[in-house]
Design a binder for this molecule. Sequence first.
Ligand SMILES: [Zn+2]
Ligand SMILES: [Zn+2]
Ligand SMILES: [Zn+2]
Ligand SMILES: [Zn+2]
Length: 350
Amino acid sequence: MTWNSGSLARKFERAGALGELASAGRRSNGAGIGSGGHQRTPAASMSCIAVDGGPADVCANCGKGSSGGEGGVKLKDCTACRLVKYCGVDCQRAHRKQHKKACKQRAAELKDEQLFSQGLERPERHICPICALPIPLPMAEHSIFESCCMKMICTGCTMAAQKRGMFDCAFCRTPMPENDADTLAMIQARVAKKDPAATALLGYKYFFGDDGLQKDMRKGVELYTEAANLGAVDALFSLGVAHERGKGVKQDMAKAAELYEKAAIQGCLMSRHKLGCFEVKARRNYVRALRHWLISAKMGHKDSVETIKNMFMDGIATKEQYAEALKGYRDAVEEMKSHDRDEASALMKS
Ligand SMILES: [Zn+2]
Ligand SMILES: [Zn+2]
Ligand SMILES: [Zn+2]
Ligand SMILES: [Zn+2]
């Protein structure tokens, strides 16, 4: 059998890849860059910090020492900030009013540390399991979502397999489903087994009315929620979009931001880009927006690098920041290239 582009195109259609991933990457979220980004002053020095920098070994309220010697008490950290310790709930309660501000500030810092230090690499799911290279963006255009094993296979590997006469799933060798009903049955069987990716995919199919399913955005959101609880990063992003736009669920920007944060620290670069947009739209905080976009640009997100370019031209980002973003972006794109992928995309265009 010879390789033909028609079968690949059909396979694309059949596979019904997660389209929102594609559309999310395609359109710029129009972070209108104006002037005058505001910068927060560095965290003011806080009370409740022991002289040595760690939590003091005494109750922050009554001053009782820990159980080093006899008659000591067992002290517990304030779990939100870990700056202070208490001998019990009563002392914690009594100290609350005094401690609240410093606690909140430190808790926010801890959250930020996590937000900006995690999720700098693409999640495992976004790496082709055959060639081990990250899938280029938009992923729906550069990969096939196989309903048999729920793997996203890059177009390069799919094409290479077809050239060798293999038209079954390039990963698990299951024959391609004959029709929409067979595809759905395959997905549903995996949903029944609580497969996160399958649950997210079924959610997508309801949300958009794909594969002959009656469009039902509410049901889609339900399935996204289930998939997110099972650990599907893509479902967190889809849920974020649903909340942001008020589709299938009541519009809730705070919830959307929370979902994007959860996804971003797991490497979802579309969520990371969205967080940058939120910073600008909700807080006009260009400094934080730039931090997010630098991360997503370096992961290969085109809109992010374009936005940083605009920021540079508007005098908000420095030349060095733009250069860093551009270099990171180019390196990421380079890393996603392969001979098979080049060949596949040339064929898709022809
Ligand atoms: Zn106490
Ligand atoms: Zn605290
Ligand atoms: Zn591949
Ligand atoms: Zn498979």
